[in-house]
Design a protein around this ligand. Structure first.
Ligand SMILES: Nc1ncnc2c1ncn2[C@@H]1O[C@H](COP(=O)(O)OP(=O)(O)OP(=O)(O)O)[C@@H](O)[C@H]1O
Ligand SMILES: O=P(O)(O)OC[C@H]1O[C@](O)(CO)[C@@H](O)[C@@H]1O
Ligand SMILES: [Mg+2]
Length: 556
């Protein structure tokens, strides 16, 4: 096994040095020499990393390789593009609450493995930098001017993350200047800002929504970075889903291009749980729990009448995690439909045949459908306009209504008695405050983000990977989406619990298998195919698959 001190840097924006440790030493030694001008003074300074025409140039991934197939996909650091920054002792060392912890600061070399199911001969594989407080920080407490913004749809826990960023910065690092940006990205240049203090955010975690309000669309990179620069903000905390993280990534690129000492930290948010790499997103557990109430109601209604059918539509634009977990948790669901698993209505093995069969067997049934399911099927029968929201997300047709209508038509044709109740709790499950476990999880996310920014890391999203919080480069989060893998065990568990047909043809199964992580990853005996390259390239797909296995089962 290779050790971290034997790193070879192969590409990326790390300055030439043969050892990662030496790079860290270099950072510290440079730090005592020169102090850089403040962010506002750097306004017109052009960085060597920027392109000549002023368009943000995407920085290369920071990849560090070591023995036995060890790969570190590192996150950027402000010292990558500003040399000679001073460091300061972490104020936490004098904090009575934290100073008693035996090893409170994480080791600089600590990393978190992306894949933890391995074989004897498996390469060590891809890792991310472990999140947590560092012995040295790159910001003095009174130098920090932080801001927080929430973007995209609502999600339980948003207020908890806001609260914990404010309280964490204040109580752990003595930071007092924290601004809330109102109304999402466009708030940077078109709305007011709100000063945030531990007092003003004290109770907000008990409320749903976001006290900063949110929006879709309106991402104008240069206006946003102008606003950051003009206000002298040097830590930007961005809470949002996949679209938001893409926006955060281009903000980081532009900040780097302008050579600003500004840390950009993303906190992943989505109740759909569709963010790749991380174990699960905050608010997801709360959403699943809340969905139980709708499913219970549908079940009570359905079982109380002759041929009762309850149809419940849940959120999940591209990923059916909420529907899948709510179904598995409830045990009252007879059929769960998700975007990842195509289904059909008519004929042998179709949904309508199954509905008839289940009504005959039990006299009632409950169908849970994720909002993104059956969209192609519906488009075949309804003439539709292709509409998008302000962020460019596809606007969906109401599959719950459509399905209810199709079932009614079918059973009426067969002159069957039918009592169908359609329940659409979609916005109710995301507007509630977060439950206890999401509250704790949100707190850890906020703290990890703060520690990372204070330590000078930037251009990262924070989140648990196999249970340990890590700093993940933006591109890892944005290049792919987490989806239910229908050839995986969790979906099989669901099919066996509902006893519904899989609706899949042989061709569908073959197609789904093509989406699966490549088998060679776990076949340790073929060293060539298990190259570091393939490990690194396949990490996000594998994580998507392994994360959905672990989602809802692991705590942060
Ligand atoms: N590719 C992109 N580049 C820059 N900004 C983007 C990009 N995609 C989305 N954004 C911006 O990110 C913000 C949020 O995006 P979006 O509405 O897609 O929600 P989201 O963050 O994906 O959250 P969710 O889908 O979970 O509600 C919007 O202001 C949008 O303009
Ligand atoms: O109506 P809005 O605010 O666009 O949000 C709806 C979308 O937001 C999500 O909840 C993701 O945040 C999706 O499941 C859903 O399609
Ligand atoms: Mg999204």
């Amino acid at each position: 096994m290779g050790s971290m001190s034997n790193f070879d840097q192969q590409q990326g924006s790390i300055p030439n040095s043969s050892s990662f440790d030496r790079l860290l030493d270099l950072r510290s030694s440079l730090s005592s020499v020169k102090r850089v001008p403040s962010a506002s003074n750097l306004r017109s300074r052009s960085s060597s990393m920027g392109s000549e025409n002023g368009t943000p140039k995407k920085s290369d991934p920071k990849i560090v390789r070591a023995a036995a197939g060890y790969v570190l996909e590192d996150v950027p650091h402000v010292t990558d593009y500003i040399k000679g920054l001073p460091t300061y002792p972490n104020p936490l060392q004098d904090n009575p609450a934290y100073s008693v912890v035996k090893q409170y600061f994480v080791n600089e070399d600590d990393t978190v493995a992306c894949q933890i199911v391995v074989h004897k001969a498996s390469p060590r594989g891809t890792h991310f930098r472990r999140a947590g407080p560092r012995q040295k920080v790159y910001f003095e407490s009174d130098e920090v001017h932080a801001c927080i913004v929430t973007c995209g749809g609502l999600c339980p826990g948003l207020n908890t993350v806001i609260r914990e960023i404010v309280c964490g910065l204040y109580h752990m690092y003595g930071v007092t200047r924290i601004l809330g940006i109102e109304g999402g990205y466009k708030g940077f240049y078109a709305r007011n800002t709100i000063p945030l203090t531990p007092k003003s955010v004290n109770d907000i975690h008990k409320r749903g929504g976001t006290v900063l309000s949110t929006s879709r669309g309106g991402h104008d990179t240069s206006k946003i970075v102008d606003s950051i620069q003009d206000r002298g903000i040097n830590q930007v905390y961005i809470i949002g889903g996949d679209g938001t993280q893409k926006g955060a990534s281009v903000i980081f690129e532009e900040i780097q291009r302008r050579g600003l000492k500004v840390a950009v930290a993303g906190i992943p948010k989505t109740i759909d749980n569709d963010i790749a790499v991380i174990d699960k997103s905050f608010g997801f557990d709360t959403a699943v729990e809340e969905a139980q109430r709708a499913i219970n109601a549908a079940h009570v209604e359905a079982e109380s009448v002759e041929n009762g059918i309850g149809v419940v539509k849940l959120m999940g634009r591209y990923s059916g995690f909420i529907a899948m977990y709510a179904t598995l948790a409830s045990r009252d669901v007879d059929c769960c439909l998700i975007p990842e698993s195509p289904f059909y209505l008519e004929g042998k093995g179709g949904l309508l045949e199954f509905v008839e069969k289940r009504l005959k067997e039990s006299g009632h049934m409950v169908i849970v459908v994720a909002e993104g399911a059956g969209q192609e099927l519906m488009a075949e029968s309804i003439r539709t306009m292709h509409n998008e929201d302000a962020s460019g997300n596809k606007l969906l047709l109401d599959v719950g209504l459509w399905l209810s209508q199709k079932i009614k038509e079918h059973l009426t044709k067969k002159q069957k008695v039918l009592n169908l109740k359609y329940i659409d709790p979609t916005y109710m499950i995301r507007a509630v405050p977060s439950n206890a476990s999401d509250n704790v999880y949100s707190t850890l996310l906020a703290h990890s983000a703060i520690h990372g920014a204070m330590a000078g890391y930037t251009g990262f999203t924070v989140g648990p990977v196999n249970g340990r919080h890590a700093y993940i480069p933006f591109h890892r989060i944005t290049e792919t989406q987490n989806k239910v893998v229908i050839t995986d065990r969790m979906w099989a568990r669901l099919l066996s619990s509902t006893n519904q047909p899989s609706f899949l043809s042989q061709v569908d199964v073959e197609d789904a298998k093509k989406e699966e992580p490549p088998a060679q990853f776990l076949q340790g005996d073929d060293k060539k195919r298990c190259s570091e390259e393939s490990v690194s390239n396949n990490c996000s797909k594998l994580s998507s698959s392994s994360s959905q296995k672990s989602t809802g089962q692991k705590s942060a």
